[in-house]
Design a protein around this ligand. Sequence first.
Ligand code: ADP
Ligand code: ASP
Ligand code: MG
Length: 402
Amino acid sequence: MLVVKKFGGTSVADKDRIMNVAKRCIADYKAGNDVVVVLSAMGKQTDVLIDMAKEINPNPPRRELDMLMTTGEQVSVAMMAMAMDVLGVPCVSLNAYQVAMHTTSVYGNARLKRIDTERIRNELDLKKIVIITGFQGVNKYDDYTTLGRGGSDTTAVALAAALHADKCEIYTDVEGVYTADPRVVPKARKLKEITYDEMLDLATLGAGVLHNRSVELAKKYGVRLVVRSSMSEAEGTVIKEVVKVERMLVSGVAADKNVTRISVVGLEDRPGVAFRLFDALAKANINVDMILQSIGRDNTKDITFTIPRDMEKDALDALEGIKDTLNMQDINTNSQVAKVSIVGAGMMSNPGVASKMFECLYNANINIRMISTSEIRVTVLIDEKEVEKAMNVIHDMFGLED
Ligand code: ADP
Ligand code: ASP
Ligand code: MG
């Protein structure tokens, strides 16, 4: 059997944890499996590197930031290989360049395009455990890229797909996927199983336990994913196509604080205005999420939308570039907002779920600033400081507790 095992930052934060992970991987290897290990940077090392960069340049060039960030994962794979060596097991560490993990060229948010498997296969044939850097890739200029924060999960799933692995296990610092972030909602319950679609929405809407593109890839290539703890033997959560257990109305609540709301006020009310506005943002590679256009009055209208908070400067620069051609009167931004969402495939056939969510926010005196919905989710934009309260009251309302 070929197993891909991915360990996040907390799981390899220090010497003892690295030894613990090494032993866990060796147990699998000794049971006769081919083992590929994917690692994140140790502890909060990626944050430390970003802070270091910003100390010398508040706006570091994205290429150089990737060059710096990729060192984090390189440290962990080398340390892990040394740990396994001391335990007497043959192994080799490889970075994205050595494997050849090809990505698109966008620094900081690259997508994996193709993974060469030859080197990995050769090392596995030599009966070695292969330890690979998560989060990083190489683009067509032979430069290092990164896959976006939390991207090691995506490296692991992409490797599992490319190698036709039998299993892909994501080891982290909680015991699986919960009905809400257990650090925010103490009553959150661990899910035994969840569908790809529900997990994809939860991950996209802020449930940081999995990188959303890893779920997208797992669905596309049918990789069965398991999320479990690196500190215990507890059974984790299985992510797969169909879930047998009775369909719940809502399977989870997620929150995302990486949000800024931008309002463009006093735009001319004529065809082509929205197109030019969002075209400028798209060309600057900015993901726009919720969009609200006011009803026109006096031949003007307002357009309000949300973007990731870390793209605020780029978005404002892009808007500045079209300010004159679009005749806008004003641009307001608010970064003290956050999105809270409920996700559940059971919503499709049950009207009234959204109103139930709005009712409990009303009871908690929380003001809703924007709303968006799909067949299996409802998202509201609220003040950031009310996120914890909102998540807990919504979680209680839908009876998701243990
Ligand atoms: P790793 O470094 O292992 O990749 P992450 O910090 O990226 O770990 O992801 C694990 C964290 O995700 C947990 O510590 C938890 O606080 C958070 N989290 C958010 N939403 C959920 C959820 N629905 N279920 C489980 N964990 C969640
Ligand atoms: N080390 C990277 C990060 O902190 C990637 C990851 O942990 O998945 O974002
Ligand atoms: Mg993670």
